[in-house]
Design a protein around this ligand. Structure first.
Ligand SMILES: Nc1ncnc2c1ncn2[C@@H]1O[C@H](COP(=O)(O)OP(=O)(O)OP(=O)(O)O)[C@@H](O)[C@H]1O
Ligand SMILES: [Mg+2]
Length: 232
């Protein structure tokens, strides 16, 4: 279980997150929704250790890991698929998979990645940045398959993709869920995210404005909340 407790965090330009607490239980899909600039990406950065919070704690299975480097958290099973893909565009597909792979596991990782995403096998020697957007996103997602994570942090993995590819990406996320990988899912496709999620948090200007189950809130209400506040 991943838990962020009373997180306050930001950048030198100012505080972004104020006293944010979320829980990602084992095997659960947790949707983190909210308007542009609410602090969703910032929260994922805190969860993966990329950004140190001003205050608050990060706990993995109850163990306090606040302040630990990203590579340490990734060894503890937290994998971040960042906004804008997070692949190495000037390296080949095969080399990207190598870098996603746990030490010593490359062969197995390559097999897993290419069995899951056959396209990656066909394009193994291609420079990753020259693949189509959908193919690059599959390469980014293969990280979540090869690294054997407990929790994967997914930051708008459907961004900028054609509807058919978006559907395909959501099928992969559903499949990951079936494999027991917990997900903290930041998504602009609110309807799709609600369909998949066990729990939903809405972040509004750096604070949690709703926490509950998908059945407790409608897509319409969420979309309206993006325009004003949930209370209005
Ligand atoms: N590296 C940074 N340095 C300074 N300010 C930043 C940095 N990254 C984000 N911010 C600011 O923090 C706030 C929250 O940004 P964040 O990227 O977390 O929002 P978001 O909810 O992910 O938005 P979006 O839906 O547009 O991706 C914004 O005001 C943004 O300008
Ligand atoms: Mg973002």
């Amino acid at each position: 279980m991943l838990e962020l407790r009373n997180i306050t965090a930001g950048y030198d330009t100012g505080t972004v997150l104020r006293d944010v607490s979320i829980v990602v239980p084992d095997n659960a899909v947790v949707a983190l929704l909210g308007p542009n600039g609410a602090g969703k990406t910032t929260l994922l950065r805190v969860a993966s250790g990329l950004l140190k919070p001003y205050s608050g704690q990060i706990l993995i299975d109850g163990q306090d890991v606040t302040g630990q480097a990203p590579y340490k958290l990734s060894r503890k099973g937290i994998i971040h698929v960042p906004e804008g893909r997070g692949i190495f565009p000037s390296l080949t597909v095969a080399d990207n998979i190598l870098l996603q792979s746990p030490a010593g596991d490359y062969r197995k990782s390559y097999k897993t990645a290419t069995a899951t995403f056959p396209r990656l096998g066909e394009r193994a020697r291609q420079i990753a940045g020259t693949m189509s957007g959908g193919e690059q996103q599959m390469l980014a997602l293969s990280h979540a398959y090869v690294a054997n994570p407990n929790v994967v942090l997914l930051d708008e993995v459907s961004m900028g993709l054609a509807p058919k590819i978006v559907e395909e990406i959501f099928e992969y996320l559903t499949d990951l869920g079936r494999q027991g990988v917990a997900q903290l899912l930041v998504e602009q496709y609110v309807g799709q995210a609600l369909k998949m999620a066990d729990y939903v948090y809405i972040l509004d200007r750096g604070r949690i404005s709703f926490a509950g189950e998908p059945g407790e809130i409608s897509e319409e209400k969420i979309m309206n909340s993006y325009l004003g506040s949930l209370a209005s």
